[in-house]
Write a protein that binds this ligand. Structure first.
Ligand code: NDP
Length: 327
């Protein structure tokens, strides 16, 4: 038997519980993993609370991330005892995910745990941190070097935002963090933000073009804030868009694109090709200060997951949540 967060949906409604399941219930797959740690990402919280349809088949174990040790494998690249990592690939959405003590899945989805990280550290980074690094890589690929000017990071006290600030500041960028939480200004400066601004300053009805400020941006919010960022991005600046914490809408005009030549780069972590995933994790190993990770991470057990998901969606969680599934 193993413990898991279990989501059911039927005529009796949407139900989430911590359950003991039989290993025989695990789905088909060529690798079985003893999970040691998982995390609670924004998407996991959406799946658990159920207000937005993240899960595409039921019953489901949520959890888009996991780290653990291979128990058995029929995959040529993995053997019993190997430490592995999973981010996305549909885990917790179309197949059982990481908020459990065991998983069985396709070995092709896994990557070896980078030797620089413990399973706990890898989950402190998780999909949020790996996505933050995909944003940083996109800024670099589009020529945004530290000398170009200020980089804006929105949703700064959340998971993606916190790790984006830590990485960008270590790389020498001038980082401006946008947050709604005045009590977190010191935290954001400890992570490496040079300036902190109020989120409300970005949440205004924008003209098609406003005074140009940002050389680049990492945006997790979307909606009016993303539109405002585009309208205030410098000539040939680059905006990376990875989130929808403020909603799916995007009320922008073409003016920033055709008059300032800005680039808007969409970032997806779920189906990101393997070479790009590996590269992002390699860069996290060299460009993320692990001391900062300690500031960002908080630990919970499986039994705490459901109430913590609610708090996360209410914007009451700072940084990243690590779930010790055996606690
Ligand atoms: P968190 O909940 O950790 O952080 C989100 C932050 O966004 C909050 O801390 C808050 O920051 C800000 N925020 C929350 N609600 C609102 C709102 N209504 N309007 C404006 N800002 C808000 O989530 P993550 O950092 O893990 O994820 C952030 C976003 O990125 C989510 O939408 C998530 O789905 C998406 N994402 C996308 C991925 C991809 O592959 N494209 C991968 C990972 C995440 P503050 O209080 O500081 O203002």
């Amino acid at each position: 038997m193993f413990k898991a967060i279990f989501i059911e949906k039927d005529t009796a409604g949407y139900r989430v519980s911590l359950k003991a399941l039989d290993e025989k219930q695990l789905p088909a797959g060529d690798v079985t993993i003893n999970i040691s740690h998982s995390t609670l990402n924004y998407k996991d919280a959406l799946a658990i609370i159920g207000h937005i349809p993240v899960i595409r088949q039921f019953p489901m174990i949520p959890g888009i991330d996991l780290a653990g040790t291979v128990e058995t494998s029929n995959h040529p690249d993995y053997h019993a005892g190997d430490e592995v990592l999973l981010n996305g690939q549909g885990a917790g959405e179309i197949c059982w995910g990481g908020l459990a003590q065991k998983a069985r899945l396709k070995g092709d989805w896994l990557i070896p745990l980078p030797k620089q990280f413990s399973p706990h550290q890898a989950m402190a980074i998780g999909t949020a941190g790996y996505t933050a690094m995909l944003c940083v890589l996109a800024l670099e690929q589009h020529g945004v070097t530290p000398d170009k000017g200020e980089i804006l990071v929105t949703g700064a006290s959340g998971g993606v935002g916190s790790i984006a600030i830590a990485v960008l500041s270590r790389l020498g960028y001038y980082v401006v963090a946008a947050t709604s939480r005045s009590q977190e200004h010191d935290y954001l400066k400890h992570l490496g933000a040079t300036d902190v601004i109020e989120r409300s300053a970005l949440d205004t009805a924008s003209k098609p073009l406003e005074k140009a400020r940002w050389a680049g941006a990492v945006d997790v919010v979307g909606n009016r804030i993303l539109a405002h960022i585009c309208a205030t991005t410098q000539y040939r600046g680059v905006v990376t868009a990875c989130g929808l914490a403020g909603g799916m809408d995007f009320p922008v005009t073409v003016a920033p694109f055709i008059l300032r030549g800005i680039t808007l780069v969409g970032i997806d972590s779920v189906m990101c090709p393997r070479p790009d995933r590996l590269r992002a994790w390699q860069r996290l190993a060299t460009d993320l200060d692990l001391a900062k990770l300690e500031l960002i991470a908080h630990n919970i057990g499986l039994a705490d997951v459901i109430p913590t998901a609610r708090k996360l969606l209410e914007g009451k969680i700072r940084g990243r949540i690590i779930v010790d599934v055996n606690r």
